[in-house]
Design a protein around this ligand. Structure first.
Ligand code: NAD
Length: 537
């Protein structure tokens, strides 16, 4: 009889401590289809404990200078970098992505997120304007997203709180001193309590990369956070928690509560003491979050899905365009919100492009995530694999042609991975713009190729979906590139390239692809409150 497999058990991280949960969810290795990890199935109780920890940590953390906070962020970056290989292995196993992708993209970017916001938080300025004829000066200040809570609280304050006190030595400016308030202890009442807790919810496709893209700017701005990663990919977030104490992150500044969207996610979103939610995920979940948070008038940042077009004009450099469009369609198994899923090719080069594109797609190797020659690993889950396959079946039923991939070519896998969630990159053609494959986000390795005649026509067709996240335009005519980029309803447009990111600039989508932007200034704006002050002199 085979020895029982020891499962990895995750725990919530609340107030600087790992805390077990009453119930757990199975987490699967997508490359084998086997359960290998147990994720806490948290709910209201765990979120309540995290709110308490985040609230208690807020006065101390928010009163540190940006320089002091930046030092802590930089130390987190260093420690993540030292664990890069271990984290990459874990991310690849948990998500199904290739180890190469985790090693070269996911974890380096998580490191960079902390370094980037450690630096950018030091360079923000605020506005000031004069009104001399009225003898007034106006200026703005930014503070963490604190809310002031008054009156009866639904909990009892039983522990010492750390409050900032001005130290007599001006060189050390503020120092944390413990205070206790006997009256509060007895009655559970407080007259005014600052609380600046940011709720962060992230998806499964780029687990640590996207989670740290939220944690870093939120804490850099002086907030404390409660993060809920996807229940499908929780492992690297848990590993991050192990580094926080060594990095000097005070207990309660970063709390991570694991669990499903409907339980842990909604408990966070509906909590009255969490005034801000930064969410990355799907559009239907964003609708639900908007609904649940509406009674509390929360500040929301919503980074959602896409149905991203690539527009390829007849003067495009196909040597660069073809391999880049294969990558933009199938990188990370097509599980990136920015992946191309509609390719519009000008009629005069349509056949040539299609021939070269299908040839190149067939060389895009699907393999076990640890295979260094694999370009694509496994999809995230069985349910997702079935959903992606169902789109191909529907396209086929509508009369579209499947040129390569699913149902056309054979995928060979080692015996151990036969139950894994693998599929081949798939190219569909002869498909109508109204088809679900051309309208809905599939979020897998499936792309549609269609032809067009004119610039006006392709702009109209590219814009004819509910999403507006990212687009690519290929042409050697500079005037056309500018003209088309400007008319596309898309938060991001890459011309003659894909996925070159400048973190200083706004990132986000239009229409159903989201509300708000992230980036150096945009994230800082989101994670702070602005106030206009007028001084009559
Ligand atoms: P999802 O919406 O199912 O889940 C995202 C997160 O929300 C998870 O942590 C989940 O547990 C949580 N959640 C689910 N229901 C919830 C609820 N009722 N209340 C609170 N939280 C809830 O999305 P997914 O399947 O994990 O990710 C794929 C989606 O994310 C795709 O649509 C993709 O395009 C999008 N995405 C967007 C970006 C971007 O930057 N725009 C980046 C990556 C992924």
């Amino acid at each position: 009889m085979a020895a029982p497999v020891e499962l990895l058990m995750l725990e919530n991280f609340i107030g600087g401590k790992f805390i077990p949960c009453n119930s757990y969810i199975d987490s699967y290795d997508p490359s084998t289809g086997e359960v290998y990890c147990k994720v806490p199935n948290s709910g209201k109780e765990e979120i309540e404990a995290a709110v308490q920890a985040a609230r208690e940590a807020f006065p101390g953390w928010s009163s540190r200078s940006p320089q002091e906070r930046a030092q802590v962020l930089s130390r987190v970056a260093d420690l993540l970098e030292q664990s890069l290989e271990e984290l990459a292995q874990a991310e690849s196993k948990d998500q199904g992505k290739t180890l190469t992708m985790a090693r070269t993209v996911d974890i380096p970017r998580a490191v960079h997120n902390f370094r980037f916001f450690a630096s950018s938080v030091l360079h923000h300025t605020t506005e000031c304007t004069q009104m001399d004829h009225l003898g007034c000066l106006h200026y703005t200040v930014r503070t963490p997203v604190g809310i002031v809570i008054s009156g009866n609280l639904p909990w009892k304050i039983t522990e010492k709180r750390m409050m900032p006190r001005i130290d007599s030595d001006p060189r050390t400016s503020k120092r944390l001193l413990p205070i206790t308030n006997k009256k509060k202890k007895k009655t559970g009442k407080t007259s005014a309590l600052d609380s600046g807790i940011a709720g962060l919810i992230s998806p499964w496709n780029l687990p640590l990369y996207l989670l740290t893209w939220k944690i870093a700017p939120a804490i850099a701005a002086g907030n404390t956070v409660i993060a809920k990663p996807s229940e499908l990919t929780s492992v690297t977030a848990w590993m991050l928690c192990k580094l926080l104490d060594k990095a000097g992150v005070p207990p309660g500044v970063i709390n991570i509560v694991f669990g499903t969207g409907p339980r842990a996610g909604e408990a966070l979103v509906s909590h009255p003491e969490v005034p801000l939610i930064s969410f990355t995920g799907s559009q239907p979940t964003a609708e639900r979050i908007t609904h649940v948070s509406a009674p509390h008038c929360k500040k929301l940042s919503l980074e959602l899905g896409g149905k991203n077009p690539a527009i390829i004009f007849e003067d495009a450099n196909l040597e660069e365009c073809v391999p880049t469009t294969v990558r933009s369609s199938f990188a990370n198994q097509g599980e990136i919100c920015l992946c191309t899923s509609r390719i519009f090719v000008q009629k005069s080069i349509y056949s040539e492009f299609l021939k070269r594109f299908v040839e190149a797609t067939r060389t895009w190797k699907v393999g076990v995530p640890s295979d260094p020659s694999a370009c694509m690993g496994a999809l995230i889950s069985k349910a997702h694999l079935e959903k992606v396959r169902s789109y191909i079946k529907r396209a086929h039923a509508e009369g579209a042609h499947i040129l390569c991939g699913e149902g056309v070519d054979k995928l060979s896998l080692p015996l151990r991975n036969q139950e894994g969630y693998f599929m081949l990159p798939t190219v569909i053609t002869d498909i109508k713009d109204e088809s679900c494959c051309m309208q809905e986000e599939i979020f897998g390795p499936v792309t549609c190729v269609v032809s067009f005649d004119t610039e006006e026509e392709v702009i109209r067709r590219a814009n004819s979906v509910k999403y507006g996240l990212a687009a690519t335009v290929w042409s050697s005519n500079v005037g056309r590139v500018h003209r088309v980029a400007k008319k596309l309803q898309s938060g991001l447009v890459w011309t003659n390239c894909w996925l070159i990111r400048e973190l200083n600039l706004p990132f986000g989508g239009m229409k159903s692809s989201g509300i708000g932007r992230e980036g150096a200034k945009d994230s800082h704006d989101f994670f702070t409150e602005i106030k206009t002050i007028t001084v009559k002199h």
